[in-house]
Design a protein around this ligand. Structure first.
Ligand code: WT7
Length: 628
């Protein structure tokens, strides 16, 4: 533990937390790893099995297309499942699962291995080959994990689309990735109702000629239409194949998955991650940050449809041989104490969730957690947006019982794993993600790329490559170079603003680009605007994010109507529903403002900054480029 006196509101770890930590003296390791990054990562990589080892830990000769563990042969699934089959881990629980209605399933490492082998054989039988893209559109059920691992096992590239996206958003992602297979389920339980996922897939696939087959997991039992020759039931197909399947030996840089995320344009970016570096990066960060032990019961409450689920529900916990918990349904169903009852029932030891969830629970009051025994918890985590100090203190006191350090992890779909994050033995400051992880170098810079002074705001950048970094944007390498490495050559631009305090602790302020963060979900202003403009009444639209008590940011939309349409409350409701229908219910605007004109620059660009200032009654700043 650091002996240094720190500034501001500081929570020092207890002697017990420090003595139990995998890294009891982080300062020493920070220093050594920073000076010896490649040696640090080579050591970590040696904790996993490789069919053959690398020539070089890092090859930066084609930067920014960095390569890690060059010419090594590996498969992430070999390390996540296969290697555990000859050890005691085989009989260890990989997942405790509970459905929204209270139904339970338990999968050991042995069970999961067999299920993945079977489904991989189904994929092969359907003609899926190495490098093929497979879209997965499902809820939080064990088969989504099986589907992802089965793809990876045979070298196919999964593209998971969050189950809350609507038909056009799903169709766009299927089409962009040219997927030939979609894996889905009949329906998904949410808040006591069934969402008909298969129907959404049917409508999306009707617009996507690349799709040859749809595999459907039976979950909710709702009526679905199976298209002969195209659609297959998961349970029927896995029953026809055997349980042995070789894992494909792949190059360390072979693609593992693509995951679409929002950027500054209307077209989402397909972030590409690979087998080798991602494996080492995600497993190492989970192990050190959440101090994973043999008897832990880890709950990452995210959805597998986002990167948090990819890295910290599916891959990293299995790589570490850890026991996880997964819950299918809505957090407050049937009552606001559901999560706390689950922690008590399954004796979960670590909870990793988002500030928006904490704020929502906070509003329900501390009486709900107080009804349950949460003493099994020993660590907490936060991700997705800056956590406001009040929410931090509430989480610390009422969930963590004032003895669980909170790991506030800053990272992105692009980074694959935690980047700025504490480890348990590090003193914490509510609202700060503390420091870059071992070997990493972060900085806060001005327009010119120079480091700014202590506590001054600037652009957050990463100055060294890291193993779990994105390798490119699938199908668009130019955009990869321009978006992330174009502003400061050789330096990764995160798209967030931040400041660093007198103790070297980082404080994330928020996005500096046109990206919104609604309940921890990343959405582009341009995506919401194009959803609005696709309605016949709308000529032009501009959306901004304004502070929202629970969601962090709420979407406010400014709309110019086409001739012949008049503003009304009904039209406002209709436009809000339209956004839900064409993009996602998570993207619904809080309010629509009907405008006679929108503030624009002389070159015709909408000045969202001016709308935002006006909406909040703040000074408009430099408006010299405004049209009039
Ligand atoms: C953006 C990335 C990484 C998994 C979830 C989101 C914001 C994320 C934090 C945090 C402050 C955070 C940033 C970042 N963000 N975690 N701990 N503190 N801000 O992944 O959808 O790629 O979004 O989320 O703005 O750039 P994502």
């Amino acid at each position: 533990m650091s002996q240094q006196e720190l500034h501001g509101e500081v929570y020092y770890p207890s002697a017990q937390v420090v003595s139990n930590a995998i890294i009891p003296n982080p300062d020493e390791l920070y220093e050594w790893a920073y000076a010896n990054p490649l040696e640090f990562w080579a050591q970590r990589a040696n904790e996993y099995e490789w069919y053959s080892k690398w020539d070089k830990v890092l090859d930066d000769s084609t930067a920014p297309f960095y390569k890690w563990f060059t010419n090594a042969q590996v498969n992430i699934v070999h390390n996540a499942l296969d290697r555990h089959q000859d050890t005691d881990t085989r009989d260890k629980v990989a997942f405790f699962w509970e459905g929204e209605a209270g139904d339970e399933r338990v999968l050991t490492y042995g069970d999961l291995y067999i299920e993945v082998n079977r489904f991989a054989n189904v994929l092969k039988k359907l003609g899926v080959a190495k490098g093929d893209r497979i879209t997965i559109y499902m809820g939080r059920i064990p088969e989504i994990i099986v589907a992802m691992l089965a793809c990876a096992k045979i070298g196919a590239i999964h593209s998971v689309v969050f189950g809350g996206f609507s038909v056009p958003a799903l169709a766009g992602r299927i089409d962009d990735s040219q997927s030939n297979l979609v894996i889905t389920q009949d329906g998904n339980w949410l808040n006591g109702k069934v969402i008909d996922l298969k129907k959404i897939v049917d409508e999306a696939v009707a617009q996507s000629p690349s799709v040859k087959h749809v595999v459907v997991v039976q979950r909710a039992g709702n009526n679905v239409t199976m298209h002969a020759g195209r659609d297959l039931w998961y349970h029927e197909e896995v029953a026809k194949v055997n349980a042995a399947c070789e894992t494909e030996q792949l190059d360390a840089e072979a693609p593992l998955y693509i995951l679409y995320t929002s950027g500054t344009t209307g077209k989402p970016k397909a972030i590409l991650h690979t087998h080798g570096g991602y494996m080492v990066g995600t497993a190492t960060t989970l192990k050190y940050v959440f101090d994973i032990r043999e008897d832990d019961r880890w709950w990452c409450a995210a959805d597998p449809g986002w990167v948090t689920g990819h890295s910290y529900i599916v891959y990293a916990p299995l790589l570490l041989g850890a026991t996880s918990f997964m819950y299918e349904g809505a957090p407050m169903f049937p009552a606001p104490d559901r999560w706390w009852s689950l922690i008590d029932k399954y004796k979960l030891t670590i909870l990793y969730t988002a500030p928006t969830a904490i704020r929502a629970f906070m509003r329900q009051g501390e009486g709900h957690p107080a009804k349950h025994d949460l003493s099994s918890l020993r660590l907490l985590g936060s991700v997705g947006e800056p956590i406001n100090p009040e929410a931090w203190r509430w989480y610390y006191k009422y969930i963590g019982g004032e003895h669980c350090p909170i790991m506030d992890t800053w990272w992105q779909t692009e980074t694959g794993g935690f980047m700025i994050t504490p480890v348990p033995a590090l003193p914490l400051k509510p609202g700060s993600g503390t420091k870059p992880f071992f070997t990493y170098e972060a900085d806060v810079v001005n327009e010119a790329g120079d480091s700014v002074a202590v506590n001054e705001e600037g652009y957050l950048v990463l100055k060294r490559p890291w193993p779990s970094m994105l390798r490119t944007l699938y199908g668009d390498p130019e955009r990869y170079v321009q978006q992330y490495w174009g502003k400061y050559p050789g330096i990764y631009l995160a798209g967030d603003s931040a400041r660093r305090d007198e103790d070297g602790y980082f404080w994330i302020i928020g996005r500096v680009d046109d990206v919104l963060n609604v309940s921890g979900h990343r959405l582009g202003t341009a995506e919401v605007e194009s959803a609005l403009v696709s309605h016949p009444a709308v000529a032009e639209a501009a959306v901004i994010g304004l502070p929202h008590e629970i969601k962090g940011q709420g979407i406010h939309a400014f709309v110019l109507l086409r001739a012949g349409y008049n503003e009304s409350d009904e039209l406002e409701k209709e436009l809000i529903q339209h956004v839900a229908n064409v993009l996602s219910p998570i993207a619904k605007p809080e309010k629509i403002y009907f405008m006679a004109k929108l503030p624009k620059t002389r070159s015709g660009k909408i000045m969202r900054r001016v709308l935002k200032a006006r909406a909040q009654g703040l000074p408009e700043g430099d408006t010299s480029t405004l049209e009039e």
